[in-house]
Design a protein around this ligand. Structure first.
Ligand SMILES: Nc1ncnc2c1ncn2[C@@H]1O[C@H](COP(=O)(O)OP(=O)(O)O)[C@@H](O)[C@H]1O
Ligand SMILES: CC(=O)N[C@@H](CCC(=O)OP(=O)(O)O)C(=O)O
Length: 302
């Protein structure tokens, strides 16, 4: 299914219509009370400070009305900027950053330092109680070196360095925080058998975590209205079969590859609703959860 991009600008509507939108939220608040919402906050969606603040306020609102938001953040552009300051340029293969030892240090420093702490600070300023974690904390994300097979020629294998493949997730630290009114903010870094660090794509972490936490929803906030076809139309609904076609004909590329693959895995594993939405739209996540209007692309197992 395709559709023109919906207009999410609410600034022109009057107080009566605004009240109606608020009233619409009640059944959703009731339905999703106590449910886990995994939110992937992409590095591309977090470049505007005003939008970052809106995002933090939305997360706090979800918590205050009784849901359990869990944030997994990215930071691709922020890592790229830090590498640039060292005179390095990132290289990507099939949406994954080739990660040598020096790049790994930068990734850890940028994700678990600057990016995570910015998000934690903004959520706390908005009245929430955010706690920053990496996959090392509480033994959350066990990983191993990713074996990357070429998606056109399976006989070719790419060496992407310290990129991690998730071996297992132990969600007990996340559950303990949730039960204690905290909002976990997770950096996508895993640890290996010999205590080595792995750089894991944040979409992959969010998708796997949604599965393990038996989340009600997985929302992947990015910098496009959703998945677009070759003509630039928004694809509002995607099934496994259609996704295979879009992979095969090259409609889906770059960072969208691990995003869709992870989203589909989560949908197949029983996460009720999996959405790719435009994080550049103010309050996109609230509109998605609390109104009748669907935004972005919904990924379905079948
Ligand atoms: N079919 C597609 N529809 C939309 N975006 C696509 C598509 N194929 C590739 N992309 C690219 O994927 C990007 C989103 O992935 P990524 O850069 O990893 O973002 P994020 O930082 O949010 O994870 C888009 O900005 C776009 O350049
Ligand atoms: C292996 C790999 O590619 N890791 C990503 C981790 C950050 C990420 O996923 O950030 P976005 O969600 O903003 O793209 C990277 O190094 O860029």
């Amino acid at each position: 299914m395709t559709s023109p991009t919906p207009d999410p600008d609410l600034s022109h509507i009057g107080p009566r219509e605004k009240a109606e939108i608020l009233a619409q939220a009640l059944p959703y608040i009731r339905k999703f009370h106590g449910k886990t919402m995994v939110i992937k906050y992409g590095g591309n969606a977090m470049t505007d400070p005003a939008l970052q603040q809106d995002f933090a306020e939305d997360v706090v609102l979800l918590k205050l009305v009784g849901m359990n938001p869990v944030v997994v953040h990215g930071g691709g552009p922020q890592i790229e900027a830090a590498l640039g300051r060292l005179g390095k340029k990132g290289e990507f293969i099939q949406g994954m950053r080739v990660t040598d030892a020096e790049t790994m240090e930068v990734v850890e420093w940028v994700l678990a330092g600057e990016v995570q702490q910015d998000i934690v600070g903004l959520i706390n300023q908005a009245g929430g109680k955010a706690v920053g974690l990496t996959g090392r904390d509480g033994g959350l994300i066990r990983a191993q070196k990713l074996k990357m097979v070429d998606n056109k020629d399976p006989s070719v294998e790419h060496d992407v360095g310290q990129v991690g493949d998730i071996v297992s997730i132990d969600p007990s630290v996340v559950k303990a925080l949730q039960d204690d009114a905290f909002i976990p903010v997770i950096s996508p870094i895993g640890f290996g058998e010999h205590n080595e660090s792995y750089n894991i794509n944040a979409d992959v972490v969010a998708s796997k975590l949604a599965e393990v936490l038996k989340a009600e929803k997985l929302m992947l906030l990015t910098n496009t209205p959703g998945v677009l076809d070759k003509a630039g139309n928004l694809l509002t609904d995607l099934t496994a079969r259609r996704i295979d076609e879009l992979f095969a004909d090259g409609t889906i590329s770059g960072g969208m590859l691990p995003k869709i693959a992870g989203a589909l895995d989560a949908a197949k594993a029983g996460v009720n609703a999996v959405h790719i939405i435009d994080g550049r739209v103010p309050h996109a996540m609230l509109l998605e959860i609390l109104t009748d209007q669907a935004y972005g692309t919904m990924i379905r197992a079948r």
